[in-house]
Design a protein around this ligand. Structure first.
Ligand SMILES: Nc1nc2c(c(=O)[nH]1)N[C@H]1C(S)=C(S)[C@@H](COP(=O)(O)O)O[C@H]1N2
Ligand SMILES: [Mo]
Length: 161
């Protein structure tokens, strides 16, 4: 009797875990290939790391270069980033409603060495809570404001057709 009650109680306790979709990032808007990226997808892409200072302490973030994700989605970069495509921007959105804009050249290593990482780990551990599970790390920027935590959506907006 007690064990069956425990069993039922534990079923209810764990049900939300199974009902929940794995967290993901939507890559949408003016892209050739809209993407839904989950942790497993990021794990399969070429991995990169950046070092960042957090309250004076060195943190190693690990993930995928944001420009590699944009390439996958068919966003014009490199020699293709010219003409009207230059009047496009990336809008990064977070679970808490935080929004930040980057222009495409700012994210393209052919233009500038900004090293913006889409991170899923810090010091080898998955990002959790208000940090993750996914975040941007704009490692070369003097302020952390564009390093969007709890990233849920990347939208490309093209101003000129
Ligand atoms: N989703 C979300 N991301 C955010 C913010 C926020 O309010 N919400 N604040 C930004 C600001 S102002 C800073 S300084 C950094 C701080 O994060 P960190 O200390 O974990 O790098 O997060 C940035 N990313
Ligand atoms: Mo900040």
């Amino acid at each position: 009797m007690l064990t069956s009650r425990l069993l039922i109680a534990s079923l209810f306790a764990f049900a939300p875990l199974y009902a929940q979709e794995a967290p993901s990032i939507q890559v949408t808007g003016a892209v050739k290939e809209p993407l839904t990226l989950k942790a497993a997808d990021l794990a399969r892409l070429p991995r990169a790391t950046v070092h960042a200072k957090n309250d004076g302490i060195d943190v190693v973030y690990e993930g995928v270069w944001l420009h590699e994700v944009l390439k996958l989605a068919g966003v014009p970069l490199g020699t293709e980033l010219r003409g009207k495509a230059l009047a496009s921007y990336l809008l990064a959105e977070a679970k808490d409603g935080y929004q930040v804009v980057f222009s495409l050249p700012e994210l393209d290593p052919v233009f500038i060495d900004n090293q913006v990482l889409l991170a899923d780990k810090a010091d080898g551990k998955p990002l959790f809570g208000a940090q993750g599970p996914f975040r941007l790390v704009a490692s070369k920027e003097k302020r952390g404001a564009r390093s969007v935590r709890m990233l849920t959506k990347i939208e490309i907006v093209k101003l000129r057709e």
